[in-house]
Design a protein around this ligand. Structure first.
Ligand code: SAH
Length: 309
């Protein structure tokens, strides 16, 4: 990503490479070589991986650990409530759920048909289970949660006990994994949808790419990802308080390419307070969709128009 960005203290970075080099000592960003190219010229970090602690520190792996531990420490200090996980904006919950529902419903019908089917989802960076409880369990028979902060995951367990059993057509939270996304690999072929909301900014570009590559194996053949995220107007914004980065739409699109993912559909979240970042929902698939759906029907350029006299 070669657009400039800035951090919460107002510091300007000329591009993402400069920012990541400083934050995690990494040179691997959206604009760096492909995996194959990187393999041909191993990074210092990769070279040091098998060589113990001293090299790890020198190579920047120490900085990466610091990046993540500062983020976890931040979230450990946040109250396990809707208000807490939404940064004091509990008021956006209803609009968020409504927007997600309107986005997902047609995609489920399009990909899986309308016949009854046992659907399974994964809620990534689930926090207290807000998304699972208010939204995913309406659509999926089973939802697994993955969240690194244990007091959030415990709250999720409590919040979701009531939803565990609903008679014959049961909708339940099934598995709770206390793991960060950069260390998580899903069970092969288990999920129809992998939902990632308001947490991917915690991952640097290289971990973002390897997470999606590992997570692909967790999808069923017609399965897809939904990424719902804050969007920076340009470049990126680094938040030094919770160590997260808000990326622009072009930045995300560059990363999707690096992940070998295609946009099946994309939509803006409506009705958010003006002072907040814009939010987009991207449905992502591993094979190029036959018809690119931008959410709008397009009239062919040369289609006939009615001639009025
Ligand atoms: N998706 C939830 C929670 C959003 S708050 C919702 O929309 O309600 C951001 C969440 O990301 C927190 O629960 C935080 O603990 C989690 N998180 C922080 N670092 C993470 C990481 N490395 N991997 C996965 N989740 C992370």
């Amino acid at each position: 990503m070669d657009s400039r960005g800035f951090d919460s203290a107002g510091r300007v970075f000329s591009n993402a490479t400069e920012m990541w080099a400083e934050e995690i000592g990494s040179t691997v960003t959206a604009t760096t070589p492909t995996a194959a190219e990187a393999e041909a010229a191993p990074t210092a970090a990769a070279a040091a991986a098998g060589n113990g602690g001293a090299e790890e520190e020198a190579s920047g792996e120490g900085k990466r650990k610091e990046w993540y531990s500062k983020a976890i420490a931040y979230w450990q200090g946040v109250e396990a409530s809707t208000e807490g996980v939404l940064g004091g904006y509990g008021c956006v919950n209803d609009a968020d759920v409504k927007g997600s529902d309107a986005f997902l419903r047609p995609l489920l019908a399009e990909r899986f048909g309308t016949a009854k089917r046992h659907l399974v989802a994964l809620d990534c960076g689930s926090g207290i289970g807000r998304v699972t409880k208010n939204f995913l369990l309406r659509h999926f028979n089973e939802v697994d949660l993955v969240e690194p902060v244990s007091h959030f995951l415990e709250a999720a367990r409590e919040n979701l006990t009531g939803c565990m059993d609903q008679g014959e057509d049961s909708h339940k939270a099934a598995n709770f994994y206390c793991v960060p996304l950069q260390d998580f690999t899903p069970e092969e072929g288990r999920y129809d949808v992998i939902w990632i909301q308001w947490c991917i900014g915690q991952l640097p570009d290289d971990d973002f790419i390897s997470f999606f590559n590992r997570a692909k194996v967790g999808l069923k053949p017609d399965g897809f990802f939904v990424l719902k995220e804050n969007i920076a107007r340009n470049g990126f914004v680094l938040d030094k308080v919770d160590n997260s980065v808000t990326r622009s739409d072009p930045y995300f699109r560059e990363l999707f390419k690096k992940c070998g993912l295609y946009i099946l559909s994309v939509k803006d979240q409506k009705e958010l307070p003006e002072e907040l970042f814009a939010v987009k929902m991207y449905a992502l698939v591993t094979n190029q969709p036959k018809i690119q759906n931008s959410g709008k029907r397009r009239r062919p350029k040369n289609s006939p128009r009615m001639i009025r006299s």
